[in-house]
Design a protein around this ligand. Structure first.
Ligand code: TXA
Ligand code: MG
Length: 339
């Protein structure tokens, strides 16, 4: 692909309808298209077209044994992609869909084999974003879409991030402005008697438990991603810049930064505003104030450090409840040091 078109929704360079129509045409003819969802930008292709889906794996350099999420616009379309829906899934759909909850269910084999990486299950969600929903309605297809980043990089929360990673290898990006949640959807395995959280995300465990009326578990490790990257102990989200995740007081964090700077290392730090204000470092990036803002800013903060300027990124750690669960899940995966 020579050039990636940026179909701008926000600034109405193309009217919303025309931009979405154009993107839908690309999808219907087997091209890949990046689009905004409420969590992060997705990289979409027709989920029923194996060759189109292959282009997603190629553009992202994603291991082929890591399955994709199929996105649909309605509950009826979701039901067509799966079989044996337990009653608790209906409860969850009524409460959270459209929204950042992805259901893993037995597949009815309507999706191409490479969407599910050959598994008997398929992951499906209804995104809660007007552009994503309209796109799905116009093309009237299930759209397979992982996050629209190169594998191993932070997920994109703006169209700019998508272009930084994928310009030239995708047909277009629909620019719907910054995404509203900032971390990916919660992935929940619904194939057993009780649901099991495979990946914490935009819908918290507490909220799910409130709806179901009973406690559920989270798997300790994202097994699918582990299996997809055998031997890869941790990911450096910012290429070649190790991330140090530090739990504890501002004094502890500052003393670690001091120690490393004394050794001649250039240290970047990302933290909430109240803490950041007190720290001395070579580059300081604010994560905002509330835990919601931290989720929103997390990936763009990680993307803002460059290896020419910074040798180590230090990040404060967060309580693992509410959205903190999803945030710490991503940070622990990215960190080479956690103390
Ligand atoms: O918010 C999101 O979920 C975003 C937006 C674009 O929708 N998408 C996203 O996709 O984060 P991706 O591919 O980056 O993450 C999908 C996760 C992976 O951990 C994958 O292994 C898991 O879902 N997954 C997909 N299909 C599965 C299946 N059948 N069984 C278990 N895990 C599955
Ligand atoms: Mg991803």
């Amino acid at each position: 692909m020579e050039k990636t078109k940026r179909l701008i929704i926000q600034d109405e360079q193309l009217s919303n309808d025309k931009a979405i129509q154009k993107a839908a045409e690309y999808l219907m003819t087997g091209e890949v298209v990046a689009f905004p969802t409420e969590t992060v930008y997705g990289l979409g292709a027709d989920a029923t077209n194996e060759q189109a889906v292959r282009k997603i794996f190629q553009a992202k350099k994603r291991p082929e044994d890591n399955p994709l999420i199929a996105h649909v616009a309605t509950k009826g379309q979701l039901e067509m992609l799966v079989k044996d829906i337990p009653s608790f899934v209906h409860q969850l759909i009524d409460a959270f869909s459209p929204g950042p909850l992805t259901y893993v269910l037995k597949s009815s084999d309507k999706c191409a084999r490479n969407v599910t990486a050959g598994l008997a299950t398929v992951a499906v969600r209804i995104p809660n974003h007007p552009v994503a929903l309209k796109l799905l309605k116009v093309c009237d297809l299930p759209i397979a879409a992982p996050s629209a980043n190169v594998s191993g990089r932070p997920s994109p929360t703006t169209a700019r991030h998508v272009l930084d990673d994928l310009a030239g290898s995708i047909a277009c990006v629909l620019d719907g402005g910054p995404t509203g949640i900032g971390v990916e959807s919660t992935v929940i395995d619904c194939t057993k008697e009780k649901p099991l959280i495979l990946r914490p995300g935009g819908i918290t465990k507490e909220k799910i438990e409130d709806v179901l009326g009973f406690a559920i578990e989270t798997v300790q490790r994202d097994k699918t991603e582990q299996a997809a990257s055998p031997g890869m102990k941790y990911k450096h989200y910012a290429p070649n810049i190790p991330l140090w995740l530090i739990a504890g007081t501002k004094e502890k964090i500052q003393s670690i930064i001091h120690q490393e700077r004394k050794k001649g290392k250039r240290v970047g730090v990302m933290a909430r505003e109240g803490l950041l204000f007190h720290l001395i470092a070579d580059q300081k990036v604010s994560l905002g104030q509330t835990i919601k803002e931290v989720a929103l800013n997390l990936y763009s903060a990680l993307r803002s450090f460059h290896e020419d300027d910074i040798d180590i990124i230090v990040c404060e750690s967060f309580p693992e409840d509410d959205l903190g669960h999803a945030i710490m899940n991503r940070l622990k995966k990215a960190a080479s040091v956690y103390k």
